[in-house]
Write a protein that binds this ligand. Structure first.
Ligand SMILES: [Zn+2]
Length: 258
């Protein structure tokens, strides 16, 4: 299999928030793809530790990043981007939270675009436009598109508040635009790093730990609603889709591929 993959991550998006948004693209994902709507993230359910797990397929206990301040790994594990790059795959990163620059080692990414969500408004659509432009121009093997505004809405107005749900709708507008722009041979994976409750997250309660993972593309069963799934399974799945050997320390297992 040598599929190309676009991974869209909506920071802080709970599966029940996704459903409650009633965005038409949610139904598209459920009809056209395989969805895990009770997948789990890792503890602490905090953005940078969860992203480190997403890109290194181990728990925070193993990679050692347990807060939103990056610290170099003590026993380094090769991450998804570094592995894909070393196998000749072209990777792009588009994000609006700067800490994510540490998810890969310098020199391993083909293109990156960053705007600061804390200093500008409505940045999710801006980075989405850039990612779409890049996909069309370069047909890269892997693109990570991180949409950070849903988490900010959760902290500002509360998880499951009207503003939070509205921000998920914007994120789904962005995701649908990416999906509609994808050439043949791409799989789209849509997920979140963690959920939230009240105006925060970081605990081991289900509201914080449960995330959606939806995979849409030829290698995935249409209309499948599956149980299980973990954030550390995502890099293993992506490597398998791209016919890249996974890093031996990775602990996740591939999601269901046809
Ligand atoms: Zn947060």
């Amino acid at each position: 299999m040598s599929e190309k993959v676009v991974l869209v991550l909506v920071d802080g998006m709970r599966p029940d928030g996704l459903l409650q948004s009633e965005h038409p693209f949610v139904e598209t994902m459920q009809r056209e793809g395989t969805c895990y709507l009770a997948a789990q993230t890792v503890m602490p359910s905090v953005t940078l530790p969860c992203h480190m797990s997403l890109f290194h397929s181990v728990t925070p206990e193993r990679h050692g990043v347990t807060t939103n301040t990056f610290t170099p790994q003590v026993r380094p594990i090769e991450g998804l981007i570094d592995r894909l790059d070393s196998r000749g795959k072209k990777c792009g990163m588009f994000y609006n939270w700067e800490e994510l620059r540490d998810l890969y080692r310098p020199g391993h990414v083909h293109e990156t675009f960053f705007v600061n969500e804390e200093k500008q408004n409505d940045t999710d659509p801006i980075i989405t436009d850039k990612a779409i432009e890049y996909i069309k121009a370069e047909q890269p093997d892997f693109v990570f598109l991180y949409l950070g505004e849903t988490d900010s809405a959760g902290h500002g107005s509360g998880w499951m508040s009207a503003h939070y749900i509205e921000t998920i709708r914007t994120a789904m507008d962005c995701t649908k635009r990416v999906y509609d722009a994808l050439p043949e041979g791409y799989t789209l994976i849509v997920t979140a790093d963690h959920g939230g409750h009240d105006r925060g997250h970081g605990n081991d309660m289900p509201e914080d730990m449960t995330i959606p993972i939806c995979c849409i593309g030829a290698p995935f069963e249409k209309g499948a609603a599956l149980s299980g799934g973990n954030i550390i399974d995502i890099p293993v799945t992506i490597a398998k889709l791209m016919d890249v050997d996974p890093v031996k320390e990775w602990e996740g297992k591939a999601l269901h591929i046809l």
